[in-house]
Design a binder for this molecule. Structure first.
Ligand code: ADP
Ligand code: MG
Length: 301
């Protein structure tokens, strides 16, 4: 949609939500709302809870801008509700959101498309727990984010504990081979692959604290990887955007191992949008301000 057409529309920034990442969404939502207002748009914040449909209806918005992370917000649920309500919305649609939220489905799609991802298996609750052939493994809830419920296990006993913990967050978990290397993330914004960010967590693991506490992780742009890995990672990100049928935005998390091989971990369809988040940082490196980034997302409605 043309930006000039949007100036008279009322935009509802959907934030909060009901997932474990609610607090982050509130911060991302606030940053997006401020940016929209600063640029002269008519924008309001709408907190998403069980009565989201009612709040949206009462606020009489023309366009929704979901800035939600995790289940019910980033998994296609809110997107489905907006489709039923006939409200156009910013960002990925139902399929891209749902397929990317589930790390098991994501990896199945990646494998089918011959995009490199660490070996894994999934486990459902009450399924028999198998032996592990090679340690360490990374145990994750299939649907989640912000490293919540994720553990690296080096022994069978640790694996059992990690699985029990991950099952607190989801009925399905994945057990993935650990890849040692440099962590990178590659954002695609409106078809443009943004500069790659290398993430260096202070404590060695990119956990919840490292993600959101100031000074606990540094973002290095350009990432210190070979030219070939850079090309591969950028190609992977563009392919993931296509494969998952993303709209406007996605951010693909990857690891570049010691041999410079690139491994895809997951796809994020509504990445963090606080001023210090990864995507705004990558955008900045491409010469786009936070406002430019928000405009880009709106343009791809
Ligand atoms: N296979 C793996 N090998 C090494 N580290 C991993 C692996 N999978 C995840 N991690 C670590 O855990 C973090 C979170 O995992 P990720 O799959 O991106 O889930 P989330 O949705 O929580 O971000 C990653 O950023 C990385 O630091
Ligand atoms: Mg991630």
């Amino acid at each position: 949609m043309l930006i000039s057409e949007l100036k008279n529309k009322k935009i509802g920034v959907l934030c909060g939500g009901m997932s474990t990442e609610k607090e982050i969404s509130l911060k991302s939502g606030k940053a997006v709302l401020n940016s929209l207002k600063q640029m002269g748009f008519k924008a309001v914040a709408i907190k998403v809870d069980k009565n989201a449909a009612q709040h949206i209806k009462q606020s009489k918005i023309d366009i929704a801008f979901p800035v939600l992370h995790g289940v019910y917000g980033e998994d296609g649920a809110v997107q489905g509700m907006l489709e039923i309500m006939g409200i156009p919305y910013v960002g990925c649609g139902i399929f891209a959101s749902a397929a990317s939220m589930d790390k098991d489905i994501t990896k199945k799609l990646l494998k089918t498309a011959k995009l490199n991802t660490p070996d894994w298996f999934s486990l459902k609750q009450f399924q028999e727990i198998p032996q592990i052939k090679k340690y360490p493994v990374v145990v994750k809830p299939a649907n989640g984010g912000s490293t919540i419920g994720i553990t690296v296990a080096k022994t069978y006993a640790a694996f059992l504990k990690a699985a029990k913990n991950a099952f607190k967050y989801d009925k399905k978990i994945i057990v993935e081979e650990f890849v040692k290397g440099k962590e990178i993330t590659v954002a695609v914004c409106g078809g443009q692959v943004l500069p790659i960010i290398e993430i260096v967590p202070k404590g060695g693991f990119y956990d919840y604290k490292a993600k959101y506490q100031k000074g606990c992780a540094s973002h290095i742009i350009p990432a210190r990887i070979s030219k070939k890995s850079e090309q591969t990672a950028k190609k992977y990100a563009a392919k993931v955007y296509e494969l998952f049928d993303c709209r406007a935005i996605c951010r693909v998390d990857m690891i570049v191992d010691m041999t410079e091989k690139v491994w895809i971990l997951e796809n994020n369809t509504m990445p963090g949008m606080t001023e210090t988040s990864l995507v705004p940082d990558a955008a900045k490196a491409a010469g786009l301000s936070f406002n430019d980034l928000v405009l880009r997302l709106l343009e791809h409605l």
